[in-house]
Design a protein around this ligand. Sequence first.
Ligand SMILES: Cc1cc2nc3c(=O)[nH]c(=O)nc-3n(C[C@H](O)[C@H](O)[C@H](O)COP(=O)(O)OP(=O)(O)OC[C@H]3O[C@@H](n4cnc5c(N)ncnc54)[C@H](O)[C@@H]3O)c2cc1C
Length: 436
Amino acid sequence: MKGIHVNVTVTTNSWGNWAGTASARPREIAAPSGVDELADLITRTRQRDGRVKAVGSGHSFTAIAAAADVLVRLDDYRPPPVVDTSTGEVTVSAGITLKALNQLLAANGLAMPNLGDIDAQTLAGATATGTHGTGARLGGLATFISAVTLVDGTGTVRRFTREDPELNAVAINLGALGIVTDITLRCVPAFQLHADERPMPIQQVLEEFDTLAADNDHFEFYWFPGADRALVKRNNRDGQGGRLSRFRGWVDDELLSNQVFGLMCRLGRAVPRLVPAVTAISARALSARNYADRSDAVFCTPRKVRFVEMEYAVPRAAYADAFDGLRRAANRHRVIFPVEVRVAAADPLWLSTAHDRDSAYFAVHQFQGMPYLDYFAEVEAVMRDLGGRPHWGKLHTRAVADLGTDYPRMADFIALRDRLDPDRIFTNPYLQRVLG
Ligand SMILES: Cc1cc2nc3c(=O)[nH]c(=O)nc-3n(C[C@H](O)[C@H](O)[C@H](O)COP(=O)(O)OP(=O)(O)OC[C@H]3O[C@@H](n4cnc5c(N)ncnc54)[C@H](O)[C@@H]3O)c2cc1C
């Protein structure tokens, strides 16, 4: 298939992520077209005691994908997708973008059961970091994986299926266990999503949080620090709602969410004392809309205004304390971007933010180029006290010494890493910090 992978040049020797928070100057950039070629590259790199790092679309805010030695892209690895419409199982190159994956699935009458906010990531990158959407009865993207093929740190090709308990480690692997080449997903029949978005008083949202989470397939809310209301999004598979006109979709998703909002952000960054006014105007501009569309078109929208982000998952029952602490921290800072709050079901994946517990997610953002360190640090302290688990692809300051208590299968993951990557050829400074 043409055009399914990230469209980047593999000849340049510099790499930077979307948010501008991580960069690297790899010694070599490789784009193997087959598994044997990749295995050979890994074996040769190991022999010279080098390092290899696969990168996806560079949409992690952390330096998790930074490669100093050999940077591997899967752009040229394009096995034909295998689609079984009777079971909904689909096997694709791990380097496929979510956008191309969604198109492939739709063409076959299938869909991902849940998605996050954007579709620019690669499937390998998104699942490696535990990317998730929202829905109290659903897990993140990696929970839909039923098999993974990877080349480990010894150059051995390994396939993990549902019969292997280690699939629960390999599904969210932080890029630390091998280079994933193929992923099999359990998909569902294609469906339309009915989106109901409307402002609600924040106090009411907090009081009705559990009901909103239980009564909707996908519930989330956005709240601008300082505002007394939030934008509540409810997406349901109830067959209701009509298509938005192309014009209204453009006004909402492109003009207001990206262009006008981007202008407001630049104004706030240039004149910081205007930030409270900018935030208040943005909060008041949140308006209601009701429509239905193909599921991925409702889940994913373009994000053109660049920002930095930290996200923590806490036990669902702690959501009110988490929000209270976050609100106190946000009130002490000039914050221009909204807070996003989501939910997910407990899952068995070892390094999942929702491992073995129903979770509420709190994502804090700041416009690129504005101060964020103190704000994020204060929110992080709140989340940490509540047993919060940081998103692996988003900014945080946690290290291996204190992550084990919140990720109970961390020691098992590290033991598996010892087996699959004994010489740590997939490591980088971020992985050293969080995995040792
Ligand atoms: C605008 C924006 C919106 C976002 N929205 C959400 C959201 O709604 N929900 C959410 O949970 N997250 C969200 N994220 C975070 C994002 O989904 C993750 O950080 C994700 O990992 C990015 O995927 P990527 O393809 O860019 O991977 P990269 O950031 O390039 O890499 C991530 C990790 O995957 C590894 N990797 C990549 N390819 C392979 C491979 N073939 N084999 C082994 N390891 C590999 C890398 O080595 C690295 O460790 C968002 C990020 C941005 C910038």
